[in-house]
Write a protein that binds this ligand. Structure first.
Ligand code: ASN
Length: 320
């Protein structure tokens, strides 16, 4: 049966019931988003990961910095029964604890709240509420994570290539071809300047890795090369920008303490995390990729908010 989708006429009723108010193209994007979520779940399941339920409130969360490029105004707080709880910027701290407690590969379809400044609307790839597929693997190294991510993208192309929605959107399904190129961040800066991401993204036709970023305390510094960091971002081509970020983790208690001190973090809220670290964290590596950014890339949408049914774009008032 042909799908009955309302395409812009307020009087479109079927048996007196309005079927939909979105265009067919908008519904096609939601449909692709739905297929992507299923593909992600199937992939991690087939790879032997345990899917954990998301955490949305915690004693602490990802500090997201210090990062000169960050535009997050503040971490959301909820006062509840005498405790000040943080809304999750990301589940990175909980992922380290989860690996320690389970000893298993874990992943979460994790909703994140990042209260970005209004100017972030212009990047077209920031949302203040989004979902990332966030995973962590005990004993893994960065090359293991990169190979796994490449496998995911190549398989995703196979799973999605015959969807009827591509025709509805008048676009060809993107064929990911791994392995993706790898660059050090200093190469990117030399070639494209400090704001390399957009220009570099436009200059590629497949995703590529950019490694060695100086950032949050939980990304491991290479013990053999101080000043080098064992972390990585994946960048989509054609101007779509950052897809994923991840790292091998700093798991040594003394080094975590030193890095947190360097970042002048308010240590008190990390008490329970630090206690677990002192008892022993497992070495791990992982990453997270934004579901909406992936759907934006696949559907060639102008703004990442265009693939959300309930838009959460910085600088735009929330309607519902
Ligand atoms: N998910 C990222 C990671 O695994 C952290 C983040 O979202 N900031 O490193």
């Amino acid at each position: 049966m042909e799908k009955l989708i309302y395409t812009g006429n307020d009087d479109c009723l079927l048996y007196g019931v309005r079927m939909a108010v979105l265009t067919k193209k908008q519904v096609a994007k939601l449909e692709i988003g739905s297929k992507v979520a299923t593909a992600v779940t199937d992939f991690f399941d087939a790879e032997g990961f345990i899917q954990l339920r998301p955490v949305m409130l915690g004693m602490s969360t990802d500090p997201l910095g210090p990062d000169p490029g960050s535009a997050v105004i503040k971490t959301g707080q909820v006062e509840y029964l005498g405790q000040n709880l943080s809304l999750m910027n990301s589940m990175i701290l909980h992922k380290q604890v989860a690996v320690r407690e389970t000893g298993r590969k874990i992943w979460i379809m994790s909703p994140n709240i990042r209260l970005e400044g209004a100017q972030r609307k212009e990047t077209k790839r920031h949302l203040f509420e989004f979902t990332q597929a966030d995973f962590e693997i005990p004993d893994a190294k960065m090359k293991d994570v990169m190979a796994l991510v490449e496998k995911f993208y190549v398989e995703l192309s196979q799973k999605l290539k015959d969807l009827p929605e591509w025709r509805e959107l008048s676009i060809a399904p993107f064929a990911f071809r791994g392995p993706f190129k790898v660059y050090e961040i200093h190469e990117m800066e030399e070639r494209y300047g400090k704001d390399w991401e957009l220009a570099a993204s436009k200059g590629h036709d497949q995703p590529f890795w950019v490694v060695c970023h100086k950032r949050e305390f939980y990304d491991k510094e290479d013990p053999e090369r101080p000043g080098h960091y064992l972390n990585y971002d994946l960048i989509y081509p054609k101007g779509f920008g950052e897809a994923l970020s991840g790292a091998e983790r700093e798991h040594d208690y003394q080094r975590i303490l030193a890095r947190m001190g360097r970042d002048r973090l308010e240590m008190k809220i990390y008490d329970a995390y630090l206690k677990k670290a002192r008892e022993g964290f497992r070495q791990s590596a992982g990453a997270g990729f934004g579901i909406e950014r992936l759907v934006r890339f696949l559907t060639e949408s102008d703004h990442v908010g265009d693939v959300q049914l309930f838009r959460r774009v910085p600088g735009e008032p929330v309607e519902i």
